[in-house]
Write a protein that binds this ligand. Structure first.
Ligand code: C5P
Length: 232
């Protein structure tokens, strides 16, 4: 388990996505399919990318009552993906139901990862809008602990938080970390960025990389550079 680069397929449709994947002639990257592509193309695009031999993180961030999430997870599990996620804010009951739904008749299941507080939520909004009067970092770690207790496999977090999450939740509790940029690269809208090498040193298990690979002149070369820096 662990230490891999996940390429974020943030494309609007099947054609652009498959055109991008065609650039990888030698390797089969682990890829992330998010809401944009899934809502545009539905489960068919997931099956198609799977059939091409890619491992898939389906990033749909479920959050609903436990019974609904359980049933939705059963559908996603049947798509034969490798990793899915939900919002830890849905509580332990929802996370436990999700695990039940995900588990296939043969006992196998995709990895289940929790989103803690989105990085778009800051301290002020959390206190003023959500009435949560605690340091954001503590809230993130509490959500991670809740996810761990509910039996989940890990959380999405910043590489800068990976060490603390491992300290609280154990070395085998996975940290899946976006916000990665090459040294000297364009940060775009990401505020706190880390190089693949630094993410490795900080203890990230999987880095999620979008634009540094999707917008590179040679995406396959950028992917290989990322792998070399992160996995070694
Ligand atoms: O292009 P970039 O490398 O910034 O893409 C990062 C990917 O990780 C995007 O798909 C983005 O939605 C996702 N993500 C993130 N920050 C989070 C959670 C997910 O950037 N906190």
């Amino acid at each position: 388990m662990g230490k891999d680069v996940i390429v974020a397929l943030d494309f609007e449709n099947r054609e652009k996505t498959l055109g991008f994947l065609d650039l990888f002639t030698e390797e089969k990257p682990f890829v992330k399919i998010g809401m944009e592509l899934f809502y545009a193309e539905g489960p068919a695009v997931v099956r198609e990318i799977r059939a091409r031999g890619h491992r898939i993180f389906l990033d749909l961030k479920l959050h609903d009552i436990p019974n609904t999430v359980k049933k939705a997870m059963a559908v996603l599990s049947a798509l034969d993906v490798d990793m899915v996620n939900l919002h830890a804010a849905g509580t332990a009951a929802m996370m436990e139901a999700a695990l039940e739904g995900l588990t296939r008749p043969d006992g196998t299941r995709p990895l289940l990862i929790a989103v803690t507080q989105l990085t778009s939520t800051d301290q002020e909004r959390m206190e003023r809008e959500l009435l949560i009067p605690h340091p954001l970092e503590e809230v993130v770690l509490r959500y991670a602990e809740n996810a761990r207790r509910a039996g989940l496999d890990g959380v999405v977090c910043s590489p800068l938080e990976a060490g603390q999450v491992h300290d609280r939740c154990g070395a085998d509790f996975l940290t899946v970390t976006p916000g990665v940029r090459f040294a000297g690269g364009d940060a775009g809208d990401q505020k706190r960025v880390t190089t693949p090498q630094r993410a490795r040193a900080l203890g990230s298990d999987y880095i999620v990389v979008g634009r540094p690979i999707t917008r590179a002149g040679d995406p396959a070369a950028a992917y290989r550079r990322c792998l070399a820096e992160f996995v070694g």
